[in-house]
Design a protein around this ligand. Structure first.
Ligand code: NAI
Length: 302
């Protein structure tokens, strides 16, 4: 997997964009596939905006941006994967959707192509079972924003073989990521620990204990987090966070994974966080927080 090669990323949403950017920034060509060409192009636009933010904060240049974008090719044609050595899937956290995609990829790709899932809560063994190559299916759980978070969890399904694991390790290292090995279990390490934390912050807000700003400020200053739990949930996507919790609740029947009613309310209202301009806080078109705008206060959407 390492070196200069063509990598397919399926799903041009938040994570697909981040993956494509991180992979292309190491000199690889990326084909970014979504359901329609329009969605794939929307993904490219998102990547351009993300690099613009990094130019401001992290010292990337306009010519870096041009070079990275020139290596990412939008597409709506999954058959682009017919010669792929590795395919990353970053489509929504829905087992039925993942099953359909994995079966399609299994038919299209050569039998030794490695299929990588970025799932946060679903079983890698189950995702692998949708294919005729379960030994070649592995989880690589990158976190958002991929270009800045140095961690990837590498998740072995029950039937993932050692060669596939080693190639995933090489790939993680070629992207300068630190990796940890995870033996499959719902929520792995990061999602399992972060989700009850986010949920508790939402309960604290819903119960009127403190304002959204103060909850985030308390956790940042008190415990050294770079971002508070409510802003973090907004960045992840409130619909995505709720789906993770529902999956963990279904799988483990543990009350601690029951999504806070306030989270359900926001998702039902279409307030999904940064991507819709409104979640616990408000955001402009470029995804920057509008500090002066009133957030959700005490559970009431103002
Ligand atoms: P998203 O909703 O932002 O993007 C999903 C994209 O997949 C959309 O553009 C959608 O049009 C596309 N898509 C759906 N079905 C497709 C298909 N059959 N073929 C091609 N494209 C298709 O979702 P997000 O947040 O990027 O999550 C993707 C995966 O990454 C999920 O499994 C999620 O659990 C995981 N993840 C998400 C993180 C986050 O912070 N949002 C962090 C780590 C993992």
């Amino acid at each position: 997997m390492p070196g200069r090669e063509v990598v397919i990323v399926v799903g041009a949403g938040l994570m697909g964009q981040g993956l494509a950017e991180a992979i292309a920034s190491k000199g690889n060509e990326v084909i970014l596939v979504d359901k329609t060409t329009k969605l794939a192009h929307r993904g490219i636009k998102g990547i351009a905006e993300s690099i613009d933010r990094e130019i401001g904060r992290w010292g990337l240049t306009e010519s870096d941006k041009k070079a990275i974008l020139a290596r990412i090719h939008p597409s709506a044609d999954l058959s682009e994967a017919e010669d792929a050595e590795v395919v990353f899937e970053a489509i929504p956290e829905d087992l039925t959707l993942k099953r359909e995609l994995l079966q399609e990829l299994d038919d299209i790709c050569p039998e030794d192509t490695i299929l990588v899932t970025n799932t946060s809560t679903l079983s890698v063994s189950e995702v692998a079972s949708f294919t005729k190559r379960p030994r070649k299916v592995i989880g690589m759980h990158f976190l958002n924003p991929v270009s800045r978070i140095p961690l990837v969890e590498i998740i072995k399904g029950l039937r993932t073989d050692e060669e596939t694991f080693q190639r995933a390790v090489e790939f993680a290292e070629s992207l300068d990521k630190k990796w940890i090995t995870v033996n499959e279990y719902p929520g792995y390490v990061t999602t399992r620990i972060i989700v009850p934390f986010l949920n508790e912050a939402m309960h604290v807000l819903m119960e009127g204990v403190a304002s959204a700003e103060d909850i985030d400020e308390a956790m940042k200053l008190g415990f050294g987090f770079n971002v508070g739990p409510l802003a973090l949930a907004d960045q992840m996507g409130l619909d995505v966070v709720m789906t993770w919790m529902d999956n963990l609740l279904r799988e483990l029947s543990e009350h601690k994974y029951n999504p806070c009613p306030l989270l359900r309310k926001l998702v039902r209202a279409g307030h999904l966080g940064v991507k819709t301009g409104r979640g616990f806080f408000r955001y402009d078109e470029e995804g920057n927080r509008i500090e002066s705008a009133a957030p959700v206060v005490g559970g009431a959407i103002k």
